[in-house]
Design a protein around this ligand. Structure first.
Ligand SMILES: Nc1ncnc2c1ncn2[C@@H]1O[C@H](COP(=O)(O)OP(=O)(O)OP(=O)(O)O)[C@@H](O)[C@H]1O
Ligand SMILES: [Mg+2]
Length: 155
């Protein structure tokens, strides 16, 4: 299967990105892995906060930069929120058992996924947040990329 750009969404403020995250959290199924990619301050954690709300998690979501991962079990599905910003080698995630959260019953969000790209399952949904200063400080272009089953397969 090929990685395909599924769609592009424009966000005009953090409330918009958070609402998008909430929708994904509401629809999430066990085993979902979302790679949240984008520069510092792009809005990855804002999306994660909305996603957690969508799962019904009431605990505040904080950036797990120093802890590498944070587990929330009070929602509809258990959530693992990872931040690989400080990771220098993928093996560091394996050393703490982080890769075990890629799969059911967990749903997992990964900030700085480029640092653990080799460990992510192939069905990972990539969500990239990008600024465009020409469109103002609150603008983000959000691009969804993932594997789409090849409909011609088996023909
Ligand atoms: N459209 C937008 N979407 C998301 N955040 C926005 C938007 N416009 C402005 N912001 C602001 O940008 C900041 C995003 O911070 P956030 O912590 O989510 O970034 P991050 O991508 O997780 O960064 P880091 O790599 O440091 O973890 C927040 O202060 C938020 O209010
Ligand atoms: Mg963050």
């Amino acid at each position: 299967m090929e990685k395909t750009e599924i769609r592009t969404i424009e966000s005009f403020g953090s409330a918009c990105t958070r609402a998008l995250g909430r929708r994904f959290g509401q629809a999430a199924k066990p085993g979902l892995v979302i790679a949240l990619s984008g520069d510092l301050g792009a809005g990855k954690t804002v999306f994660a906060k909305g996603f957690a709300e969508g799962l019904g998690i009431s605990a505040p979501i904080t950036s797990p930069t120093f802890t590498l991962l944070q587990i929330y079990e009070s929602g509809r599905l258990p959530l693992c929120h990872m931040d690989a910003y400080r990771l220098e080698e993928e093996e560091e995630l394996e050393a703490v058992g982080g890769h075990e959260y890629f799969g059911a019953p967990w749903v997992t969000l990964v900030e700085w996924p480029e640092n653990v790209a080799g460990l992510l399952p192939p069905e990972t949904l990539w969500i990239r947040l990008e600024r465009d200063y020409g469109k103002g400080p609150e603008y983000r272009k959000i691009t969804l990329t993932g594997e789409v089953p090849d409909e011609s397969a088996g023909d």
